[in-house]
Design a protein around this ligand. Structure first.
Ligand code: CU
Length: 154
């Protein structure tokens, strides 16, 4: 008995839903399907360079360059990143006069990139907790000469 009543109630509700739904679909303004779209697709040259790896994992990549004038310094003296996998992408301009590298150090972390000649590039990645770190060039006396900076992780 109870089941029958439920079915009836649902049926009535269903009927109610059908009322008033009669929308006006008529006004679509004719034919949108004109053939103009022919070659629109397929020409998409998807060669956008995606340097900022936005997707996936949430790692941060920071760009850093040795001084293009050949001085023993980087082009930035401070960097900021979010906690997690932090990559410093170092480039050594071809106008530079010395090989360079970059090392991340602090909070028990010590990671360094390959040493790169002028014109080269190299990455170093470390998993970093929030805090203050330093980055510097571990080649020769470059750090003492000023090739260092602060990396702040939030
Ligand atoms: Cu150096």
């Amino acid at each position: 008995m109870a089941t029958a009543l439920t079915v009836i109630a649902l049926a009535l509700a269903g009927c109610g839903d059908d009322d008033g739904g009669g929308g006006s679909n008529g006004s679509n303004g004719g034919e949108n399907s004109s053939a103009s779209g022919g070659g629109a697709y397929g020409s998409g040259d998807t060669s956008k360079d995606e340097e900022t790896q936005a997707g996936g994992g949430g790692g941060t990549t920071l760009k850093l360059s040795a001084d293009p004038g050949g001085a023993f310094k980087f082009d930035k003296s401070s960097l900021t990143a979010k906690a997690g996998d932090v990559t410093i992408a170092l480039t050594n301009p071809s106008s530079a006069t010395a090989p360079h590298a970059v090392e991340i150090e602090g909070q028990g972390v010590e990671e360094e990139s390959d040493v790169i000649e002028p014109g080269g590039s190299a990455n170093v990645t470390a998993k970093l907790e929030p805090g203050e770190y330093e980055f510097y060039c571990p080649v020769g006396n470059h750090q003492d000469a000023g090739m260092e900076g602060t990396l702040t992780v939030n």
